[in-house]
Design a binder for this molecule. Sequence first.
Ligand code: BTN
Length: 245
Amino acid sequence: MKLEETLTVVEEVESTNEVLFRASESDYPIPSALMARRQTDGRGRADRTWASEVGGMYLSVLLKPKVVEGLALLGSYTVVRLIQERFGIESQVRWPNDVTIEGKKVAGILPQVKFVGQELERAVLGVGLNVAQPVKSFPEEIQNDVITLGLLSSKPLPPTTRLARLFLKILEEELDRLETSGLQSYVHSVEEVLEGVGHTAVLVSDSGETDEFGVVAGLGPRGELRAEDGTLLDSLSRDERLRVR
Ligand code: BTN
């Protein structure tokens, strides 16, 4: 069955990731996709709140991928393709799990995985895409850092259900490519749309402290952020964000 045919759409849930992850504890079909028009407790990276007002696309996909690493890049790259193919707009992957347009965040990806022993038993890949929700519905402190497709598109916006189906169609192609070619080869595609190449990346903590990472050169073989001097960054800590300047 095609991934897009597994989509269930609901009006409201706390968090599509949480609901699908919990459901998967008890024999829920894999793969499955769940979209909500609104979330009451949307979650982002490091357990941050994800503003989830009506108008955005809140989608999670339950999978059993053959690969463990690279799921955030897979989701981000899928969003970049979706935005290009449906709106003709260029966007970038902001490592490790965001998609930006002109430096403003348009989407975030949240992978959650469950292992049994050494084996990856399942993964939930969540995506929040800013489509038509008012910028005022985001917390005030991030309103200048986010963008919606509605602000950029002169044409009427498609329903979020149609965007979700297109996301799932592209995701299926991209997952197949990742599993077939392996992460080391897959990251080359992602590098082409990586934000900040040639610019200095800085790690900014929630308390405002900054730590310069270096000039971004691309990605490492396992999807790490790679600096020009060869340094690799494999993850951000909970209270860090990446900024390029
Ligand atoms: C981030 O940038 O921090 C990741 C945000 C991921 C948000 C999506 S919306 C659908 C799914 N359900 C959630 O609660 N979170 C993800």
